[in-house]
Design a protein around this ligand. Structure first.
Ligand code: WAQ
Ligand code: MG
Ligand code: MG
Ligand code: MG
Length: 242
């Protein structure tokens, strides 16, 4: 099999993220050597033409992935839902997530954590699935990385959805993660989702149109060692298959 490279872009405004710059965009792919240049260019363009503003810092990282380290996982099943208000959407998300492994209280707390953000994080919060207690520290969050899908186009032509489906599939494949709640930080994109039990539930009206605050919460089983979950989410190369 041809050698594969992880190509990752992160962009900010007001300097690099680590110097307090405001996160604009992040995206990544896993591609063959001959596609690295074109993908790097596409990712740079995207950072320079984003609805959240123009980036003044763009970092593109490329590294080789050993084929034997790649984990192949199945894509989550997609279910579409209809709602007519934000409160109805949050109520539906809560009903879909809550059950024996995720408590209703934990979902309420997760929604308040996202609604309480005064700026978007780069990564996701980790929340105890039963108590709703926040487990990650600092304000960066856990950044899921090193994932892609080889038959990306089978996942549809909506880029937000395609990327979210790949990310959510990797997240749910982590041992110890039992659910996810997400809405975008892109001001023009109000569709969000909850993922649990192998299903990606697309829900409209998850936030106010025009808001540039979004985020993700990963619900974690209480008995799990967070460090190994984070290691898998950040570093393990994963390809999602349909
Ligand atoms: N790892 C962890 N968290 C992330 C990552 C990542 N790689 N990328 C983004 N986030 C967090 C971060 O807090 C962002 O502010 C927030 O999620 C939203 O990111 O089916 O586009 O990339 O149409 O703006 C849902 C698609 C789209 C629904 C979600 O998120 C659909 C989206 P965005
Ligand atoms: Mg994104
Ligand atoms: Mg899991
Ligand atoms: Mg975004």
């Amino acid at each position: 099999m041809a050698e594969l490279y992880s190509v990752r872009m992160r962009a900010a405004q007001g300097g690099p993220h680590e110097n307090g710059g405001h996160h604009i965009s992040g995206a990544e792919r896993i591609v063959k050597l001959e596609d690295v240049g074109a993908i790097a260019q596409t990712l740079a363009k995207r950072a320079l033409h984003h609805s959240k503003g123009t980036a003044d810092f763009i970092n593109i990282t490329v590294d080789l992935i050993s084929p034997e380290k790649i984990t192949y996982i199945d894509c989550l099943k997609v279910e579409e839902h209809k709602t007519s208000s934000i409160s109805e959407s949050h109520q539906l998300g809560t009903e879909l997530l809550q059950g024996p492994t995720i408590s209703e209280v934990a979902v309420y707390k997760a929604i308040s954590l996202l609604q309480g953000l005064d700026k978007s994080m780069r990564g996701a919060m980790l929340v105890d699935a039963i108590t709703g207690e926040r487990l990650d520290t600092g304000d960066r969050g856990v950044r899921v990385s090193h994932m892609d899908s080889f038959d990306s186009y089978a996942l549809g032509d909506n880029e937000h959805m395609r990327e979210a489906l790949v990310l959510a599939s990797k997240v749910q494949s982590a041992d110890g993660i039992v659910g996810e709640l997400c809405w975008s930080d892109d001001p023009d994109y109000t569709v969000g989702y909850v993922a649990c039990n192998g299903v990606y539930h697309r829900i409209p009206n998850m936030k106010e149109l025009g808001s540039d605050i979004g985020g993700r919460v990963f619900f974690v089983r209480s008995d799990i060692d967070c460090e190994s979950v984070v290691e898998y989410l950040e570093k393990a190369p994963v390809l999602v298959q349909r």
